[in-house]
Design a protein around this ligand. Sequence first.
Ligand SMILES: *Cc1c(COP(=O)(O)O)cnc(C)c1O
Length: 375
Amino acid sequence: MAVPLLDLRAQHASIRDETVAAVLRIVDAQTFILGDAVSDLEQAVAELSRTSHAIGCANGTDAILLAMRALDIGRGDEVITTPFTFFATAGTIHNVGATPVFVDIQPTSFNIAPDAAAAARTSRTRAVIPVDLFGQMAQVECVAVAMPGIPVIEDAAQSIGARRRIDGEWTMAGERATIGTFSFFPSKNLGGFGDGGMIVTQDDTIAERLRRLRVHGGAKQYFHDEVGYNSRLDALQAAVLSAKLPHLSAWSAKRRENAAYYDGAFVELARNGAITTPFVEPENESIFNQYTIRVREGRRNELQAYLKERGIGTSIYYPLPLHLQPCFSYLGYREGQMPESERASAEVLSLPIYPELTRSQLDEVIAGVHAFFAR
Ligand SMILES: *Cc1c(COP(=O)(O)O)cnc(C)c1O
């Protein structure tokens, strides 16, 4: 039995009627850009994230870019983030004209180390971007405390719906940040039928600025206070996402259930050091956008090839940390400077975790991993 890394058709089959009906309503209304469908979704995401505002945009990359523009970040400015993330986190820093400053991750959660972020602060630091990697929130409140006066842009592209207990209270991904960003890329835990993104904030002024920036910088059509972008969320995507959103918490619960099943099955392999299963901080409730194990001693690629032969899909997020990417060679980083990010890149392997996985599919993955180490 083949087990793909992700099977979007399985999810679609379970909600086909409601999503297709939502698409048809937009097609019949012929209202494709922004409008009620988008504002309905914005309201629902603001409620979920417990923020005053949610602003739809074209994708999760633009969400980060617009966030920095709304904070007036540009040439001569530095923005701190980790090199162990999807490219967009740092690509957008470069694209607003600022300089990415990389700091290492915590080996347990793969998220930014708040003390490392604080140590990298200079007089030019204008923001810090903690990434909620693999579905688990970064220590956003610690980052904020460690870097007073520095805006926090929380890249929650992989983590909508994740929670963290801060001062004894559950807070949602994006809630505590100056600006939080989401992606609705189809493979994310809440995915559209194409590209889509969302920005959340508690700040009225930032929200107003973001609403302008996504439509070429003009509050009134054909009158421009500043140069913005064409970065709007399509009504079709918004309608699909609104149909899917009510299912998100059940999907997240199923992902956690699958993760717990893997954890239980891998106890022995983890105990003897063959693999490390994902660590979720006690303060966190992960939505397991990925279930990412570490494989020791250079056997990771071998395990991936072995599983592939058995029809089991896996992926390596991410094989080359960003400080070592050719496009960032101008920043002057060297191998060995971010040891935890580099080690993570050499060791990580993400297994299928999507909510629609059947028990026998999970068992197939588990059997594959066990068979590899039993050889
Ligand atoms: C997917 C992703 C993005 C970019 O989102 P898009 O919608 O694909 O532009 C940004 N940051 C992280 C961490 C992501 O995983």
